[in-house]
Design a protein around this ligand. Structure first.
Ligand code: SF4
Length: 339
């Protein structure tokens, strides 16, 4: 994906701070800085991966992009074909239903994201009914058509979610997201709760649907080997912001940020004879209530120098379309993933 490709989503200086509750009464003045000054673009038709440990802010980012959360600051613009530019940060609540026709979500846990008291037909139909996009017979037609595209049969539509395996439930979740024919789908760890054999089927289904409907995905994952197979570009998040962003192959072969290198070092090698040498990051990801000074990664970085604790590294384009936030990106010789 190149810069000159049309942009679908533009994120500018996005922040989401959650107040920290203390005791029974009131709030303190402390905040969890879940997303802190994040900017990036998603190109039309691409799959952009977001990776990082839990607590890095990737799921909060996904929810912000769908206005599941209202941002604390910043802007999210959608440049929708046939509709024009929609600034969802300022969109009044009553207009959010219109926006939801264009952007949907596939959830991580297909067990808890489906209402057990609704039939599969009603689950898939719900977004159509809620957004008043179809009525009567048209609802049934669109549900059947979408279910077939997601490899579900008419017989499946009469049943309840508990009658399905994890993979089939995720197909129901995908059908529910697809039924409105959105332009953009946030896939929040869509395969991490599934067996490895089923993961490949769901990833292939997502790819096929993308080709057929021209979908754009934001693909959130903690498993880098999954991301490698489905994403055009990958952004690495740490403590509420991106630390690196590049085309997938480029990122895997030439990581420029020590955190990316550490994540890559834990990907299992396909060849069992190749010995893995995972880089052990010291300690846990720091608290987003009180992030470290300078480079937020410096307390865990094996290459840190005095400057790293003092000054926050700038977000820079080191080679075409390869961005990184590290003072020493040009001089570090980091190891990528050979695969
Ligand atoms: Fe490590 Fe310093 Fe680069 Fe941060 S700026 S990633 S601490 S070398």
């Amino acid at each position: 994906m190149q810069k000159e490709q049309p942009v679908l989503v533009e994120v500018k200086n996005l922040r989401k701070f959650f107040p920290v509750r203390r005791g029974t009464f009131g709030f303190t003045k402390k905040f969890v800085r879940a997303v802190d000054d994040l900017s990036f673009t998603v190109f039309r038709g691409e799959t952009l991966g977001l990776v990082g440990e839990s607590g890095s802010g990737k799921t909060t980012t996904g929810r912000l992009l769908l206005r599941g959360y209202a941002p604390t600051a910043g802007e999210i613009l959608y440049h929708l074909p046939d509709v024009g530019t929609m600034n969802i940060t300022t969109l009044p609540k009553k207009e959010l239903w219109e926006f939801r026709k264009h952007a949907q979500m596939i959830f991580q846990d297909p067990y808890s994201s489906l209402n057990p008291r609704m039939t599969v037909r009603d689950i898939i139909a719900e977004p159509l009914v809620a957004t008043k996009s179809a009525k009567g017979e048209e609802v049934s037609q669109r549900v059947i058509e979408t279910a077939k595209r997601c490899q579900l049969s008419i017989e499946h539509l009469r049943r309840y979610p508990h009658a399905f395996s994890g993979g089939q439930r995720q197909r129901i979740g995908i059908a529910r997201a697809l039924v409105l024919r959105p332009s953009f789908i946030v896939c929040d760890e869509p395969v991490s709760a599934l067996d490895v054999s089923i993961q490949a089927q769901i990833l292939n289904l997502l790819k096929d649907l993308q080709a057929e409907f021209g979908l754009t995905y934001l693909f959130i994952a903690h498993d880098l080997s999954v991301v490698e197979h489905i994403c055009n570009r990958v952004g690495v998040m740490y403590l509420g912001n991106l630390v690196e962003l590049a085309a997938t192959q480029e990122l895997f072969q030439h990581p420029l940020h020590p955190y990316t290198e550490a994540l890559m070092s834990s990907i299992p090698e396909a060849d069992p004879k190749v010995k893995m040498r995972p880089i052990k990051l010291s300690g846990e990801i720091p608290s987003p209530i009180d992030p470290p000074s300078g480079c937020a990664f410096h307390p865990r970085c094996q290459y840190a120098q005095a400057l790293c604790a003092e000054s926050r590294p700038e977000w820079r384009e080191i080679s075409p379309n390869h961005f990184v936030a590290c003072h020493f990106a040009e001089s570090l010789q980091l190891k990528g993933f050979i695969g």
